[in-house]
Write a protein that binds this ligand. Structure first.
Ligand code: BES
Ligand code: ZN
Length: 622
């Protein structure tokens, strides 16, 4: 059965009247597929919707405030008399519709959602201008003191709009289903550079005055701004990297493969549609690994490992230029359409660049994480469905592995069932057909039946897409992922467990993924002597690879290996990436004494974390 939102329009009143007069007339049943409203936005795009933004803002570091004017081009329905924007913590000074002052109302505050901003318009209205200020607590904005940056000389500001934080710095219709183009003028202190999710400057402007233009239609969660003492290095014809001065050389080396990655991605799923692709390496408090802001991916400095071992993350963010930025999930309930596709695409890029053995390791590591999450959530937990129901919840709470890794597993299942060549052709067509559009799970499934499955009932049955998307847990037809290189790691690990000295183990040629697999599969309980031996030979406590370090420090906490605690302390007070913080705080919080340590560290470290990380750890330690 195909799941879809079926609205049965009985045309009831009319039909009833007609029935009385002419009982022989049959009731007319019309099936129409209606996209449900986005539960995370107050806007009513069917009434009035934005199409373009002209943003003028001034960034005030002293008061931690952005003062702005957002002029929106709008299209209104003939019968409407208002337009609704999302806002959260914004102070609205005044509003004009076309050239006249307009009446506006800020509605009741709702948790996570903020307040609807309802503006009276006439159906012919073309432009809405909103003068506003952000609050110093705006959740999308992280204001860093010079001390919190890498170079420690100048303040820094960056935004994180996904999932529903854009409304904390711009009054907008904050739903991924609504797309618009934008132009922006940004004024910042004269010694700082401003960059956005748009075409960017590469040099500072002496007046601190910058202009931007994003000609492609994007969703609000892709609005992004960073301001800091940044430098730029080109890496190829349309790629480069921005970072603080002391990092720029290291970054340029780390991401040298970016032009090749771009060519590889284009060969897989069609031309890159965004002009430039640059990376911005942020200070360490950035709460994510990466964020796919159009033309300028924001990234954590923890991927600058010094050995190019974490470039897969760049492949992921680059892949979002297709899955996510070009074809966008219509709501956060359909997030797997952004993230699951991107994980699949990321691994295809890595396979093309580094070989199948390499991509197999990524799939196995991802699958291990998925299994842990599934066990944690339980087999019938609705959060293990691909299609989520996040009504009355913050979408940020459901950003676990399910959308990513279960999404990946489904796409692998389809790939294996139809064959790679056919699946690639389908995906190329999918990106082309839905470019600059948004899509939900039900619409995707319709498209999949029409273009890929056609009338092949056996194939449809074999894949069982509805079970994958609408039911919890992992269907039995999920592929088995194996890795030859990890099999080798397992046998080396067994040798150590059976008494072979660590220094005699053949690990020198291992990649960080093999090291990670090794650490993750060490016995949970180890003696201090064993921890010491491993550390001496592998140097885990000092590793520059933050994935390996997190796994090792978790083990150190569980085994009270105090030699690693200074490193743990240092890591937690400098790094703000939630994916690393959570397992470490969780491991500490599992014992009475560890919880005390966690609270002490958190007290010191919390001001360095971004709101999204703070929120998750507050919850964990409460
Ligand atoms: N778009 C996400 C980040 C995100 C998701 C922010 C949901 C807010 C809500 C980004 O592309 C991402 O997935 N980042 C990952 C890295 C990736 C390699 C799995 C991360 O930050 O860990
Ligand atoms: Zn992603």
């Amino acid at each position: 059965m195909k799941f879809r939102y079926i609205a049965l329009l009985c045309l009831s009143l009319l039909a009833c009247k007609q029935e009385k007069k002419a009982p022989e007339t049959k009731k007319k049943e019309v099936q129409i597929v209606v996209r449900p409203a986005d539960v995370h936005s107050f806007s009513k795009p069917k009434e009035a919707v934005v199409t373009h933004l002209d943003l003028s803002i001034k960034v005030d570091f002293d008061n931690k405030i952005i003062t702005g004017l957002a002029i929106w081009d709008i299209t209104a329905n003939k019968k409407t008399d208002n337009i609704i924007f999302d806002s959260n913590g914004l102070l609205i000074d005044s509003v004009k519709v076309d050239d006249s002052l307009a009446v506006f109302v800020l509605g009741h505050e709702k948790k996570y959602m903020g307040r609807p901003l309802e503006i009276t318009i006439s159906p012919q209205a073309k432009k809405v201008a909103i003068w506003y200020k952000t609050s110093p607590e705006a959740e999308a904005l992280q204001w860093l003191s010079p001390q919190q940056t890498t170079d420690k000389k100048h303040p820094f500001l960056y935004t994180q709009s996904e999932a529903i934080l854009a409304r904390t710095w711009i009054p907008c219709q904050d739903s991924p289903a609504i797309r618009f183009t934008y132009d922006a003028t940004v004024t910042v202190p004269s010694n700082l550079l401003a960059v956005m999710s748009a075409t960017n400057p590469t040099h500072k402007n002496p007046e601190g005055h910058y202009t931007f233009s994003q000609k492609n239609r994007i969703s609000s969660y892709l609005m992004a701004l960073a301001v800091g003492d940044l430098e730029y290095r080109s890496l190829g014809k349309n790629t480069g990297v921005y970072a603080e001065k002391s990092m720029i050389k290291k970054c340029a080396w780390e991401f040298e493969s970016l032009p090749k990655m771009m060519t590889t991605a284009e060969q897989l799923y069609g031309p890159y549609q965004w002009g430039r692709y640059d990376l911005l390496v942020l200070p360490a408090s950035f709460p994510f690994g990466g964020m796919e802001n159009p033309e300028l991916t924001f990234a954590t400095p923890t991927i600058v490992a010094g050995d190019r071992s974490l470039v897969t993350l760049v492949a992921h963010e680059l892949a979002h230029s297709w899955s996510g930025n070009l074809v966008t999930n219509a709501s956060w309930n359909d997030m797997w359409l952004n993230e699951g596709f991107t994980v699949y695409f990321e691994r295809r890029i890595m396979e093309a660049m580094e070989g199948k053995d390499y991509a197999d390791m990524l799939a196995v590591l991802g699958f291990q994480e998925l299994q842990l999450t599934l066990t944690d959530l339980g087999p019938t937990n609705p959060d293990t469905k691909l299609k989520l129901n996040l009504k009355d919840r913050n979408p940020d709470d459901a950003t676990g592995d399910v959308a990513y890794e279960k999404g990946f597993c489904l796409l692998k299942t389809i790939e294996e069932a139809v064959g790679r060549a056919k699946f690639d052709a389908f995906l190329n067509q999918y990106f082309k057909r839905h470019a600059f559009k948004t899509i939900n799970s039900e619409e995707f499934i319709d498209y999949y039946y029409k273009e890929l499955i056609k009338n092949d009932k056996v194939l449809a049955e074999k894949i069982g897409i509805e079970k994958w998307v609408f039911e919890p847990g992992l269907p039995a037809n999920c592929p088995k992922f194996t890795s030859i290189r990890f099999n080798n790691v397992d046998s080396v690990l067994n040798q150590w467990i059976n008494g072979k000295a660590a220094k005699a183990l053949p690990f020198k040629k291992w990649s960080s993924h093999e090291l990670l697999h090794f650490v993750r599969h060490l016995p949970n309980t180890l003696s201090i002597d064993q921890m010491k031996e491993l550390d001496k030979v592998f140097g885990f406590t000092k590793t520059g690879n933050s994935e390996v370090l997190t796994a090792w420090l978790t083990l150190a906490i569980n085994n009270h290996y105090v030699d690693a605690y200074p490193s743990l302390n240092n890591f937690l007070t400098h790094v703000g990436r939630r994916r690393f913080l959570l397992p470490l705080y969780k491991a500490m919080a599992s014992t009475e004494e560890g919880k005390k340590m966690a609270e002490d560290i958190y007290l010191k470290a919390r001001p360095n974390y971004h709101f999204v990380s703070q929120q998750s750890i507050d919850e964990l330690l409460k």
